[in-house]
Structures are given as C-alpha cells and as structure tokens.
Design a protein. Structure first.
Length: 138
C-alpha cells in the first residue's frame, strides 16, 4: 500500500505553522495552535480535534524542539573546539600581555648589568616560563 502524500495533510500544515512561527515551540499549551487550526480549517471554536491531528502536533513539536536543542549544543561544542584550537580567550590575552610585560622588565634588568640584579633576573625568567606554560595549557 502506498504512503499517503503529506501535501495538504495536518502534518504538513502544523509543521509549516511551526516553521513560520518558531515562537510557538516555546508555548507549553497548544490552545493557540489549535484555535488557529480550527479557524484555518473552518471548524467551530469548540469543535473537537481529531486524534491524529493532536498526535501530529505533539510529535512535530517534540521533534522540532529537539532539533533546536541539538543545533544549540552543536554550536556550543564547535565554539569550545575552536577555542581549543588557538582562538584567543580573555584569559589567554591577559597572559600574553603579562608575558610581554615580564619580557620588557627582564630586558631592562639585563641591560643594567649589575651583579645585585641576578637573583631578580632569575625570578623574572621563572615567572615568564610559568606564564608561557599556562598559555600552553589553554
């Protein structure tokens, strides 16, 4: 037996309604959707709705909500992945600035060329190495 065409069916009508008005997916109640269905199909305001239409409505709404959640999760995952691939974050930018400042201070200390600054130079090198290490972890 051949499948029934979706053209003109309640399924295609409801799906198109959600595509045209995605804000309806956020509604907990289906009263607005059912009122619109009744109006568009020439039914009375209190006319009963067929069980197949109600099932289609529930299934389509559930599937489209799931698709929205999946798309959002996929976006979040790809954004996190791109950050791991070297896209700078706020903290990484701050660490780069700190490294530059330490390098400048280290260069200045070396240019003074006094024996008394050797312990400070060693500490500055250790600090710069730690910052570079932290940048590599990000």
């Amino acid at each position: 037996m051949a499948k029934k065409s979706k053209e003109g069916s309640s399924y295609s009508y409801i799906k198109q309604l959600f595509i045209d008005h995605p804000e309806l997916l956020k509604e907990k109640r289906n009263a607005a959707i059912l009122a619109r269905y009744r109006a568009d199909h020439g039914l009375a305001e209190d006319a009963p709705i067929e069980k197949t239409v109600m099932n289609n409505l529930a299934n389509i709404k559930s599937n489209m909500r799931k698709a929205v959640r999946t798309k959002a999760a996929s976006k979040e995952a790809s954004r996190s992945e791109s950050e791991r691939r070297g896209r700078p974050t706020k903290q990484a930018g701050a660490l780069e600035q700190l490294e530059v400042m330490i390098d400048d201070t280290l260069s200045f200390a070396k240019s003074q060329a006094t024996e008394s600054l050797i312990p400070a130079i060693n500490l500055l090198r250790m600090a710069r190495n730690k910052v570079v290490w932290l940048q590599g972890e990000k």
